[in-house]
Design a protein around this ligand. Sequence first.
Ligand code: ADP
Length: 908
Amino acid sequence: TKHGENIAVSLSTTLLRNQLGEPIAMLNIARNISERTRLMKVLENRNKQIELINRIIVKANQTINFREIFEIVAQEIQTLIPCDDVNIGVLNPDGASLKIYSAIGKESLSEIGIIPLENSISKFSIKERKPIIVNDFLAEEKYRSIASYKQGLGAQLSYPITLKGKIFGTINIGTKEPYTFFDEHIEMLHPIAQQIGFIIDRILLFNKVSEDSAYVRNLLDSIDSIVYTVDNQLRIQEVNIAWYSFMKDFGIETMEDYHGKALFDVLPNEQLKIMFQNVIDQILNGSMRIFSQEFIHRSSKGDIVYNITINPMVINQKVVGLVFTHNDITALKKSEAELKKSNEQLLALHEISTLVSSSREVNIMLNEAIPILRNNTNAAGIIVYLLESDSNDLILTYQIGFDKEEFPTIFNLPISASATGHVVVTKKPLYISDKVYLDERMIPANREILKRLNLDAMALIPLVSKDKVFGALDIFYDHPHVFSNQEKQILMLVGNQLGVAIENSLLYDELRSQVQRLTVLYQLSQELTSTLNIDQIFEVVYKYVKQVIPFQMFRIDLYNEKTKIKTPILNVEKINGEDIFVTTLSQPTSIAISSAIENVLRNRNIYQSSDKHLIAVPMISKNVILGIILIEAENGMCYSGTHIQLLESISNLTAIALEKARLYEETLQKSIEIEKRNKELDDFTYVVSHDLKEPLISVEGFSRILQLDYKDIIQAEGKEYLDSIVGATKRMKGLIDDLLSLSRVSRPTESFKEFSIKEILDDILNDIEFTIKQRRIELILPDDFPTVFGNITQIKIVFRNLIGNAIKFNKSPNPKVEIGFQNTENNHYLFYVKDNGIGIDKEFYDKIFLIFQRLHRREEYEGSGAGLAIVKKIIELHNGKIWVESELGKGSTFYFTLPKPPINIIKD
Ligand code: ADP
């Protein structure tokens, strides 16, 4: 039965599968012959099948090419199942078409191609996931849609190829005849389809693996790092392309296959071997996770720095091999070094900026900053040139690395013909990387120096601040030197920093010298005002000029505009650094035509030689030339505008002082004369008064005799005349006495001493006590009076006269007299005597102090008019002043000053 057959077949297939080598054994199980015959046939088929599959497997092991395999498969199928058409297709990834790998029998499919699923019977087998048999395309409605593509095929069988539940493709067989395929054919295709599934799987896997490994290989070969692997026996497994060039570097040119060779036989470098030997065991035994170290390979192309790492290959926690990689980190190292260098340079720049911003003096600043710069740049030498404002030359201001004595031509660079000058003019740096001694821009003499000192490279950096340029920085290298952008930038910054610092310090210097000049002028004017001695004036002037203006020769001539004569007064010459005073005999000297002095006198203005080497300045006061100051600079030096201004100021101060001193001398002369005359006058007054008194006494004496002895003889009229004579004589005697006491004031018998005003006031008030009481005079006095220094007798006269007048010239019913004083700032006390009397018209303020000058008739107020004259003279003898302030009818106040006692006396 069909059923039984199925069982038998399945049984025998099972048996067959298990015991492939012994198919005969199964015969014993068969129960009857026919069955046996049938089984024999089945077995035969099975055998064929197995052999077929074996053939397929053998082929599949030889190739991974689908087409080759499928061609065999197709042929084998045809031998197994007679048919007109076989094709094997693999489902494309789109799921909508088949890629046909093999086609036998049918013309249209003889070429490998892609056919849409829609046109194939596979559409059904794939969709239904089971084998499909079409018995007759023309008869079966279901398959009619694809019949047109079948080109004469009557029947077809489509078997889906599946693996792990996934459909890969189909095996399709066909015959021209309809009704040719049965389940038995399906059975026959079953193991083949299964085997194809395995093959496809294996091939895909293989492809994938080989794709992966190719990818890895490519990757390894495309990287620059050298990579090689060894197994745990240290036999080389893989090496990449970079490995070969690495070997080549060691002179090993062969491209031999390193696979399987012992690593240590192959390694081309002893150092590498030693390095590896020390660590390999530890990595292999797992005590070291990873090894990494730098290695310098001195190759013909220069040093290469490798970072070498060794990684273990671990499978199932076992180290099965090692991966070596050499990474070329030369560039990294270089940029690291560059970074470090630029970092150092930045630090140095910072240091230089701090230095230059804190220091005020150019030289100090350069002395600190340039050595740092030199260290940092590895320069052989550095020169700082500063621009001289007057001469347009670059002057060497600071240098290191050169022997100045040996190379005089580096001191001064003309701005027009030197490379440094060019840098200063353009404010742009210049970098010369090598053979600087051949550079035509350099001055030939200096090129020689560069050559002699083996200097190769040079940086010329302008020293600029904002838009101003102050000079240049020349940096010399004793090796060729390529300037990196970073380095250029830093050098520029250094140039700027120095420029700013130099500008600052120049400003500071200017400020300082201005302050110094002002100080000198101030001190000079102070000293000049405190002296009135002409010789001293010139000494002082010389002393200060010496401080602020350097000179080789300094001369002062006095000049008399009226006589047109000049007289040398001071003549100093510098000899061997010492000032020598050339003796001047104060002899008038002649004025040479068109000499500096003649120029000054003619133009009444300052004269300077064209090279500013000599300056002559007039000393002018009130439009009169009093003299000329002449100054000459040392050889090669010239005077700046500042020097000239300074000398003019000094000259003006000198002129003023000179005039003042002369005026003083004149005044002194005059006052001596006046004093002399006053003395003569006093002497005369004294003598005259004294001598006049004698005859007057005689007149009075004889008049009295006449009055007494001849009174009976003389008539009444004559008696009256006689009385008048006696009265006049008396008055005259009074006047002469007054004159005498006035002249006596200037020949005091006592010396000055210290005494209290209170002392003398007590005396005076005692004397006039009666009058005060009688006239009810209100007396106002301060609590205390000061001590003064003077002639006590004379001061007593002063107070007595003033108080006397205050009482005498007073008609007030409540007469008031006030005495007081003020302590003034200087060495005097200011006293006053104030009354509420008749007052004095302003017109007479001065007149009342003249002798015998009175404002009233004798009958009205008695007196002679000598009192205030005496008071004034006494006050003046005490170096004081006296004046009156008054208002008619209201009262007068007399002010006068008296000296305080000298300080040393107070101390005693
Ligand atoms: P005499 O007092 O002898 O007149 P003085 O020399 O003392 O001479 O004074 C001169 C003149 O000044 C006085 O005649 C008087 O006219 C005026 N005089 C002085 N003191 C006062 C006073 N305190 N008030 C008003 N007039 C005065």
